[in-house]
Design a protein around this ligand. Structure first.
Ligand code: ADP
Ligand code: MG
Ligand code: MG
Length: 961
């Protein structure tokens, strides 16, 4: 398929002999079919497929996406052959219905509907009743004997056409309607009479003339041409571009246009219009589900103007239509083997289907539907696995309200999108976006939302609307985003200007805390405590299906027992990364860490001097000998204090670390636990240089209170100590200052210069492990050395770990298996993996650092240019989010192959942020890694992504039908 750019390059005027621009559907058959989404768009393909299946669909024709692409590639010109094709299709439609477009007595009316390959809800508005003008409206009235209906159609048409095609604000017309309703003292549109509507129409026309300086177009064919081009234009409006970006839909595929004969839901009480789903899209329950309005036209239901009725009422009101609708949509569900989202209209007791598509659903619904469709024999397990988007599982891990919490329910609405959300009430999208980006928790409260609110919805914890049903914009978009939403809360009155929401006499102002529960529809005052999610019910059943089909193991990154337990709950099969230093920051430990860092360099310097002198002494004689001996004595005395301080700090840290590791081992019940030795540059544990300098300068003039605060801040015991200690501290901080700390003295480089630290950590690990074994438990510690570039570094550190391990195990007299391995995060380590594997028993790719070092991008600074790189497509995506398979991936692949050549059973995993990214998980599967490790909340996602990778891998051949 050619892209817009391709077409532009080729001049775009050429038409391949076979390209057809207009596809007719109707009279029992369609020229297209359901497999032609690329050409006809989703809506067009669906209309064709339904027509072919004998479903009652009003006839019409689809203008292909190719025409849209041509339009953009050729300075907004249509293909030469297009005009004739459109004329032919229109003529066929006219003769099929015995009506003519623009006819004054019996006009053919059509809708003009956009429809791209991927549905973009509410992005491009449909125009209904096209073909009406000042004469035809009388014809329509005479022909139907329904004057009110005719004027209702005309005023709706002017309203829609003016906003979509002539780009006036919808609101301008709403205001005119409101004024009319006010004047007539009525509440609902339906209460306006034929005369009112005629007057309204005149006012609309007057308004149009005033605003655009021309009369509302009267020529039906001109109307059609204008509407069609407006659809093409709308492909590139801001809302559409934003939506495509959010949903990774390519910009160059273009949209189709559907021109379809109108059927009317606004012809009285035996007419109506509605939307529905074959199953509940929010919970997944297998229950026919939908909403409708009598005497209404399409948009009314979704726009939230009136709150619609549940579809179950239709069974009572129009039982025949209900039965037929139920039967047809179930048939469509079987045909498409997926939940269907459909639109229908009833014109004077006769049912028409206007759209069907695979329904958007919450993750909760996706999971339940997948599990149940497997049980119903509708789809296979493998298909079920592919039906759920791994990233969407995040939604299921959303917090729920704590059932024990006291709640103050102020109103109830529809449970439009599940999950609990807590935040401060905000009444417009811009403020919501602003506060959201400032990491504030907000609930976006609107009368109803429109596509212009998307950025605010994006930034909010949840969405609350006063009007609108389960299929309103707010509900649909919130479900897509996986955000809690309560819609249609008719008891609240939202005043967007005053920034308040009122329920009876209670006024909630902007900034007040509220809580919504999208699973029950409750709206509560205050911040209600929430609880974390669990994997149970259908979710657990679904994960069990996924686990059956995956090869890759999934571990979790966890530093403390609480995270480890969470990870186990979510199905982690081990810990892939425990960052020991995270434990160093705890309140009761940091002083010991600082003490260790303060003493270490002195110990090192004096120790080296001493060693040199002692060596000299070995080969010396006579008087020199005596001098050396005194010097050695002096050095030893000098060394005594820092050495004692250093050793005692390490000794104090040992039991803390031992207890941490014991907790982790215990939580993981025999699953492997990978512990990494100290990694970050030491300055991270000390105060900031600038802080210290400022405080030292102000110290002489500081008040008692300020001094006290400084004592606390720098963890001294008294003001005297503070005064004496500050310069020392500053000196040490300055010594540790590095120009490029991420490539400086960190990782194994620390362990090599300060072997006592590695030794202490190893001791803590093995003492904890031995204790577990003695208690009858099982444990497999895997000690991991970070940031090696050469095998020699690993040899040095590995030797310390193994010596301590053997000592500890022997002393305890137990049997304990353990592994010593390394992270692969420096390109040189990956390149020399064959040699590294001589010493390493496992590899774990630290893809954060590996990406940083392979690209030479500092992760902390890349924010300044990466977004632009991605926007301008210099990079396909952020390589810190999804593994760069081409470059970093090549290093990984090389390292796996060469490592395993040296050591056949080399265990290989990944512990970077990428372990929780579906595309990266798939890559790890293909590269034959043994496991991925990610944060606890991403474990279910990684399990599913791994299963999908396995299913895709095995079905790639057999499923290519
Ligand atoms: P969207 O993609 O936003 O759903 P649609 O083109 O499906 O836009 O239509 C908007 C509304 O107009 C829907 O309720 C639809 O059912 C209704 N509609 C579209 N075409 C017709 C038609 N030919 N007759 C009656 N109603 C229509
Ligand atoms: Mg639709
Ligand atoms: Mg690292």
């Amino acid at each position: 398929m050619s892209t817009i750019e391709d077409a532009a390059i080729n001049g775009g005027t050429e038409k391949s002999m076979s390209e057809k621009y207009v596809y007719y559907f109707g009279d029992g058959a369609a020229e297209g079919n359901g497999s032609m989404k690329d050409v006809l768009g989703g809506k067009g393909a669906g209309l064709a497929e339904m027509t072919n299946a004998g479903v009652p669909v009003p006839p019409g024709f689809t203008i292909t996406t190719g025409v849209c692409r041509h339009y953009y590639a050729n300075g907004r010109q249509l293909p030469r052959e297009f005009g004739a094709e459109q004329d032919a299709a229109l003529a066929r439609l006219e003769s099929s219905l015995g009506k003519t477009l623009g006819d004054a007595d019996d006009p053919l009316l059509v809708s003009v509907r956009s429809g791209a390959k991927f549905s973009m809800p509410g992005m491009m508005d449909t125009i209904l009743n096209l073909g009406l003008n000042d004469k035809a409206v009388h014809g329509l009235a005479a022909k139907t004997g329904n004057e009110r209906f005719a004027w209702d159609c005309y005023r709706r048409f002017i309203q829609m056409f003016s906003s979509v095609v002539m780009e006036l604000e919808k609101n301008e017309f709403e205001h005119i309607i409101e004024a009319m309703k006010h004047k007539k003292k009525v509440k609902l549109d339906t209460e306006l009479t034929a005369k009112d509507l005629e007057a309204l129409t005149l006012e609309f026309k007057r308004h149009v003339r005033k605003r655009v300086g021309r009369d509302f177009p009267q020529d039906a064919r001109e109307q059609l041409a204008m509407a069609r081009d407006a659809v093409f234009r709308s492909w590139n409006n801001d809302r559409a571009i934003y939506y495509r970006k959010q949903n990774q839909i390519p910009d160059d595929i273009g949209t189709a246009v559907n021109v379809q004969a109108m059927v009317f839901g606004n012809m009285g009480d035996t007419s109506g219009t509605g939307v529905g789903f074959t199953r509940n899209p929010s919970t997944g329950e297998n229950h026919f589900y939908g909403e409708y309005l009598t005497n209404a036209q399409g948009e009314d239901v979704v726009a939230g103007v009136r709150t619609p009725h549940p579809i179950d009422d239709l069974e009572k009101e129009m039982p025949d239509c209900f039965r037929q609708l139920h039967e047809i949509t179930k048939r469509l569900e079987k045909h498409y083997r997926d939940i269907q989202d459909f639109e229908f209209t009833i014109q004077e007791g006769k049912l028409y289907l206007l759209q069907t598509r695979n329904g958007k659903r919450t993750a909760q619904a996706a999971v339940r539907i997948a599990v149940e469709m497997v049980k119903e024999g509708l789809i296979t397990e493998k298909e079920a696995i592919l039906r759920v988007e791994p990233a969407s599982l995040d939604q299921l891990l959303h917090p729920r309200l704590d059932p024990k919490a006291k709640v103050n329910v102020i109103a109830k609405g529809l449970s439009a999108s599940p999950g609990a959300a807590v935040g401060i009430a905000v009444f417009d999208a811009d403020t919501a976006a602003e506060m959201g980006h400032a990491k504030k928790k907000v609930i976006l409260v609107r009368k109803e939302t429109t596509p212009d609110d998307i950025h605010g919805m994006d930034a909010a914890q949840g969405i609350l609307t006063a009007t609108g049903g389960m299929t309103s914009h707010a509900a649909v978009v919130a479900r897509g985003m996986g955000k809690p939403c309560v819609s249609g809360v008719s008891a609240i009155h939202v005043n967007e200007k005053a920034r308040t929401m009122t329920v009876d006499k209670l006024v909630v102002k902007e900034g007040d805390w509220i809580t919504i529960d999208g699973s029950t529809g409750r709206v509560m005052l205050g911040a209600v405590p929430t609880m974390e999610a669990a994997v149970s019910g259908e979710f657990a059943e679904f994960m069990a299906i996924a686990d059956k089909h995956r090869r890759l193991k999934v571990r979790s990154n966890a530093d403390i027992p609480r995270d480890a337990l969470k990870a186990r709950e979510f199905g982690a099969e081990g810990i892939g990364l425990c960052r020991t230093e995270h434990m160093f920051f705890a309140e009761e430990r940091l002083p010991h860490v600082v003490q260790m860092i303060m003493a270490a360099p002195q110990v090192k310097a004096l120790g080296e001097k001493l060693a040199a002198k002692e060596k000299q002494l070995d080969g010396s004689i006579g008087g020199e000998n005596k001098k050396l001996k005194t010097e050695i004595a002096v050095l030893k005395k000098e060394l005594a204090a820092p050495l004692k301080s250093y050793k005692s700090a390490l000794a104090k840290l040992l039991p803390f670390q031992r207890a941490d590791f014991y907790g982790l081992f215990k939580a993981m019940k025999g699953y492997p636990v990978t512990i990494r030795t100290l990694d970050p540059p030491l300055h991270e544990f000390l105060p900031k240089r600038e802080d210290l300098m400022v405080d030292i300068a102000t110290l002489p003039r500081a008040t008692a209170a300020q001094k006290k605060e400084m004592v606390k801040k720098y963890r001294f015991k008294s003001v005297t100590q503070l005064k004496a200690g500050m310069p020392d501290l500053l000196r040490r901080v300055e010594e540790l200052h590095e120009f490029n700390p991420m490539m400086g003295h960190r990782g194994c480089r620390l362990g090599i210069t300060y072997p006592e630290v590695t030794e202490m950590q190893a001791r803590a690990i093995f003492e904890a492990a031995v204790k577990i074994v003695k208690e009858g438990g099982s444990v497999v510690p895997e000690v991991m050395i970070p940031l090696i570039g050469t095998v020699e570094e690993l040899k040095d550190q590995g030797a310390i770990v193994r010596r301590v391990a053997e000592e500890t195990i022997a002393k305890a007299g137990v049997k304990l298996e353990y592994l010593v391995g390394t992270m692969i995060e420096i390109p040189r380590a990956a390149l020399t993996a064959g040699r590294v594997a001589e010493v390493a028993e496992f590899f774990s790719f630290g893809t954060n650092d590996l990406t940083q070092m392979t690209y030479g991008y500092s992760r902390d600074d890349a924010g300044k240019f990466l977004p632009e790189y991605v926007n301008r497509k210099i990079l396909p995506g952020d390589p810190f989010v999804s593994v760069d398979q081409e470059g970093v991936g090549m290093l990984m692949d090389w390292a796996v192959k060469n490592g395993r050549e040296t050591r056949g059973k080399l265990k290989v995993g990944i512990c970077g942020e990428h372990g929780g990214d579906p595309a990266s998980v798939e890559f790890c599967h293909r590269t034959n890694l043994d496991y991925v490790s990610c944060s606890p909340f991403r474990v279910p996602l990684a399990r599913l992504a791994a299963a999908q990778a396995a299913v895709r891998g095995t079905t790639a051949e057999s499923d290519r039908r």
